[in-house]
Design a protein around this ligand. Structure first.
Ligand code: HEC
Ligand code: HEC
Length: 270
């Protein structure tokens, strides 16, 4: 009898240890920008630009694609003789101001695809709070242009983001419970994380990256978890050219329980 009890205690302790280990393994990317970036109504352009620079280089994951040469247009430096992004942003789409164009680039990246590039840019308003989005826009405008983002833009975006979350892809409210409102429903996590901007799953999504419908037959839960937390850890055969495209920020966007729900769900796709 005591042997059985001991076994149960052992299993419980083992499980706890495993969860602690997993929780500690999730790289909580220490970007200097806290998830809850608070920029008030009378935020100055300088404050916006400074916050935007951190979003760009940190939590935004922009440098995964931008600034590495051929994968995405240069933003901070000249792009094919048209200047850095602050200079060319007002000339991309007739009738669209620089600010409008940059917002569209982040909220609806396929609305205007820069010629010569693939439509691989994720919808950033799903991953970033209104503060982070508008700070990033201010930073981009500052690359050779005039910063005209104000606290008002942030307030309006926050209002708009409210009810939109019902559609499954609203912006994360600043300081809110995180991705997909903290849901542990794997489908909602996938939707909010934007996995289907690149992957196909059960017939939905894009074909840029491997179809995940049978990913569980190629990778076990550990390998899937590792891939999500550290996409550079293993590159799928045949996709070497696209190595580095998968965002590295998922580990900091999801809670440990969200990650486990997602991993279990994908591993079950045999
Ligand atoms: C997965 C790769 C990827 C990531 C991550 C990414 N982008 Fe992009 N981005 C692209 C590509 C490719 C294009 C060009 C094709 C297009 O227009 O969609 C682009 C276009 C843009 C443009 C329009 C450039 C122009 O010349 O008109 C802006 C602005 C932009 N991205 C900003 C950002 C910001 C800010 C971030 C981070 C918050 C970001 N991107 C993250 C791939 C990426
Ligand atoms: C911007 C595009 C992009 C996004 C967004 C993206 N991925 Fe990927 N992913 C890729 C590419 C490209 C590959 C193949 C190259 C590689 O292995 O890095 C890949 C590979 C994978 C693999 C390995 C597949 C296999 O068959 O070996 C898994 C698992 C995966 N991604 C899961 C996810 C999950 C889960 C999400 C959302 C949380 C996600 N990815 C979001 C681009 C993306």
């Amino acid at each position: 009898m005591w042997a059985t009890n001991l076994k149960i205690v052992g299993v419980v302790l083992g499980t706890l240890a495993l969860y602690t280990l997993i929780a500690n393994k999730i790289p909580q990317v220490q970007s200097e920008v806290p998830q809850a970036l608070t920029l008030g109504a009378n935020v100055t352009p300088e404050q916006l630009v400074a916050a935007g620079e951190k979003v760009f280089n940190g939590i935004g994951g922009c440098t995964t694609c931008h600034g590495l040469g051929t994968r995405a247009p240069n933003l901070l430096t000249d792009e094919r003789g048209t200047g850095p992004i602050g200079v060319r942003c007002a000339k991309r789409e007739p009738g669209k101001s620089c600010k409008q164009y940059l917002y569209e680039s982040l909220a609806d990246p396929t609305a205007y695809v820069v010629s010569g590039y693939q439509p691989i840019m994720p919808v950033m308003t799903r991953q970033l709070s209104p503060e982070q989005v508008w700070a990033a826009i201010a930073y981009l405008e500052a690359q050779g242009g005039t910063v005209d983002v104000t606290g008002d833009d942030i307030a309006k975006a926050k209002q708009a983001a409210g009810p939109a979350t019902a559609a499954g892809g609203g912006a994360t409210p600043a300081g809110g419970p995180g991705l997909a409102g903290g849901s542990t429903d794997p489908k909602q996590i996938i939707q909010a994380a934007g996995c289907l901007a690149c992957h196909k799953l059960e017939g939905q999504g894009q074909v840029i990256a491997p179809d995940l419908t049978h990913v569980g037959s190629r990778r076990d839960a550990d390998a899937i978890r590792r891939k999500i937390l550290d996409p550079a850890s293993s590159i799928t055969q045949g996709y070497e050219k696209l190595a580095g495209i998968m965002p590295k920020t998922f580990g900091s966007m999801m809670s440990a329980s969200q990650l486990e729900a997602l991993v279990e769900y994908l591993a079950g796709h045999k």
